[in-house]
Design a protein around this ligand. Structure first.
Ligand code: GTP
Ligand code: MG
Length: 203
């Protein structure tokens, strides 16, 4: 799939303020603050300033909707969770935005849970994936920042992540490896979204 157009639609503080894009599948990007959610969105859309990026965790504070290919699907940038340096009050507010969005947003088709490929499995990510599983919300894992370590380390870390996942999951979710700086991993991720869009259309 090629992204021909990507437009920012709006930022919403609450789920009930989100756009009424009925019947348009929605893909949400989630993960720890600073993991690279907004950067990945910009890389996928080939549009540098589309989602706001910052080295300071807690940059994305609202639910941000982007209209892809004139209403074919929506991409959603969410605030990050679980970063120690984000003030407690903010963290709680982000958490309730995320939980509400996951449980109440009818258009939500799936989450992409972003994890930094340099790190081992973090408890916040594990808990969030278990929460999604319990609530039957589909998700895939996207490893980010592949450019920051050697290819051999990337392989080893991903293998370790898979075996950690298998301790609590019978089947593994789809997994993708990306680097927003090197623009890698884009084609496979977009092809996957395309295949899910086709399934949604048939259902
Ligand atoms: P919040 O909105 O604060 O939750 O963060 P976020 O997950 O949206 O992260 P963001 O995209 O703002 O990126 C955080 C920092 O990581 C920025 O300094 C980015 O430039 C950097 N970054 C993101 N992706 C990559 C990547 O693939 N490679 C490298 N080297 N840096 C990256
Ligand atoms: Mg962000």
């Amino acid at each position: 799939m090629i992204i021909k157009s990507a437009q920012f639609v709006c930022s919403s503080a609450k789920v009930n303020q989100c756009p009424e894009n009925n019947n348009i599948p929605e893909y949400a990007f989630i993960g720890r603050s600073n993991v690279g959610k907004s950067s990945l969105i910009n890389m996928l859309c080939d549009h540098k300033g589309l989602a706001k990026v910052s080295g300071t965790p807690g940059k994305t504070q609202l639910i941000n909707h982007f209209n892809i290919n004139n209403g074919e699907w929506y991409l959603v940038d969410l605030p990050g969770y679980g970063y120690a340096k984000v003030p407690l009050g903010e963290k709680a507010r982000f958490q309730s935005i995320i939980t509400d969005y996951a449980l109440k947003r009818k258009q939500l088709t799936m989450f992409f849970v972003l994890v930094d490929v340099r790190h081992s499995m973090q408890t916040v990510d594990k808990n969030f994936m278990e929460f999604l599983g319990l609530n039957k919300v589909p998700f895939a894992i996207v490893f980010t920042k592949a450019d920051k370590i050697k290819a051999s380390e990337v392989e080893a870390n991903m293998a370790k992540y898979r075996s950690e996942m298998l301790k609590s999951w019978q089947t593994l979710p789809p997994m993708f490896l990306t680097s927003s700086s090197k623009k890698s991993g884009k084609d496979l991720l977009l092809a996957y979204i395309d295949s899910v869009n086709q399934q949604v259309k048939k259902a």
